[in-house]
Design a protein around this ligand. Structure first.
Ligand SMILES: [Zn+2]
Length: 276
């Protein structure tokens, strides 16, 4: 595997004759899901031993994020400047000039948590960062393994660790679907170690409940999307996620390697029936 470096981007395309109508319904819903999930990442601090949430303030902005941090009774601690980006980024890069410097930091319960997080970030200690973020031990360990092997978006590694799965097809816990996160659609804010992890599932149940309390409409739309089968592919460093069968929505994002990957993820149960 060789790394491919593309600028962060993503796009959503609605397919077919119905594309216009689908876009009309889903574009505002996607924005609502993204906002509610973003807020839930602060709202769930204090559960599962989660002491902090990571924060990225855009150049000259971030007022709303700071208000959210205040509202949830957390304190913001800046760590470093990183290059601002739109869409989804796999790694942080250094800004080339002050105009593109975003401020990366953490929102934590106590200053001691923030200092520990900052120190762990500076020395590349993913384990301590994962613990302060409250992530399950099994998932943190797998993330570190994948990261060290150069897999920044370890979808295929998660498939390979899922019992009964093949590189081309996998039956998954729909709450753990990792392929919609490129546009902020997710029921957990971390990479699960496999796609049926029980610890990650427990997390997801709490997390979607926080989303429900923040925005009921976003919650219902989130479940509706997670109920869909997806086909994930990465070819020449471009990620494409085909959502639905037949696919009615495409998510296109930058990948990170020259490896060709294509896998279908099929939900084991209907999350709308289970949690709707
Ligand atoms: Zn796990």
């Amino acid at each position: 595997m060789r790394h491919v470096r593309l600028p962060p981007f993503n796009a959503v395309v609605f397919r077919g004759d119905d594309g216009g109508r689908l876009a009309e319904r889903w574009e505002p819903l996607l924005a609502r899901i993204e906002r509610a999930v973003f807020e839930a990442e602060f709202g769930i601090v204090g559960e599962f031993g989660r002491r902090c949430n990571t924060v990225l303030l855009p150049p000259g902005g971030g007022q709303q994020t700071l208000e959210l941090i205040r509202r949830y009774g957390l304190l913001f601690y800046p760590i470093t400047q990183v290059r601002a980006y739109q869409g989804y980024a796999h790694t942080h890069e250094k800004p080339r000039h002050p105009g593109e410097a975003a401020l990366f930091g953490v929102a934590c319960i106590e200053i001691d948590d923030a200092l520990r997080f900052a120190e762990a970030y500076q020395r590349g200690d993913h384990y301590t960062q994962g613990k302060l973020l409250g992530y399950p031990e099994c998932c943190i360990k797998a993330f570190i393994e994948d990261w060290n092997a150069g897999y920044y978006s370890p979808v295929i590694q998660e498939v390979r660790r899922t019992p009964g799965c093949h590189d081309y097809e996998c039956r998954i816990d729909p709450l753990l679907n990792p392929t919609l996160r490129y546009i902020g659609v997710k029921a957990i804010p971390f990479w699960p170690h496999n796609l049926v992890c029980r610890e990650a599932h427990r997390w997801a149940e709490h997390f979607i409940d926080v989303v429900r309390r923040i925005d009921k409409k976003a919650y219902k739309a989130l479940l509706e999307l997670l109920a869909e089968p997806v086909e994930f592919s990465q070819v020449n460093g471009i990620i494409e996620v085909r959502v639905g069968s037949p696919p009615w929505m495409l998510i296109i994002s930058q990948g990170y390697s020259d490896e060709t990957i294509r896998v279908r993820l099929i939900p084991m149960y209907d999350p709308v029936e289970e949690y709707g």
